[in-house]
Design a protein around this ligand. Sequence first.
Ligand code: ADP
Length: 194
Amino acid sequence: MRLVLLGPPGAGKGTQASRLAEGLGIPHIATGDILRGNVADGTPLGREAKAFMDRGDLVPDDVINRMVAARLDEDDAEGGFILDGYPRTVPQALELEGSLRDRGTPLDAVLRFVIAEEELVRRVSGRAQEEGRSDDSADVLRNRLQEYRSKTVPLESFYAERRLLRDVDALGDVDEVARRARATLDDRRGGGAL
Ligand code: ADP
């Protein structure tokens, strides 16, 4: 199964993506994690991305597109994958669509994790304390949400037009949201509504 997860920072996409990936036996590809790994290792990619990430700005599309294309070429992604944090802009979505079309392996679904903004701010400030991520401060979070609204929200209609978008209510505990996400995928596979 080839999936994309959409949702604002703090919606719990990462946690749900790793659960789903484990259950489905496919890799969880989180662009934020790959970027943070490169920053930590001081690679050329990490050096290029760091300033954007620290401000809460998106890293330029061409950089991200190359990084994801290389990851999708690895053997473990052959039988499917869960993309978490990519695409985040319409040009990225077009790039992904084109490269999957070339391989004859289109997406199966896009899960959108839906949550109120007050809850996001609450969750991310908790995470800032626990994990010490440099982009979880209040100002940077505001910018990440702004980037999300202006550049990522347009992907919702992009994927709705392609009949791939499925909503998952992201309010609730981790197990409950995980059950909803699985049910949404199972419905789709059973040929249910939509
Ligand atoms: P979150 O969804 O919690 O904001 P991520 O870990 O997915 O965080 O991403 C952290 C940062 O990495 C983003 O704010 C951005 O700078 C960069 N990034 C991750 N994925 C992308 C992408 N697809 N396009 C551009 N920048 C990205």
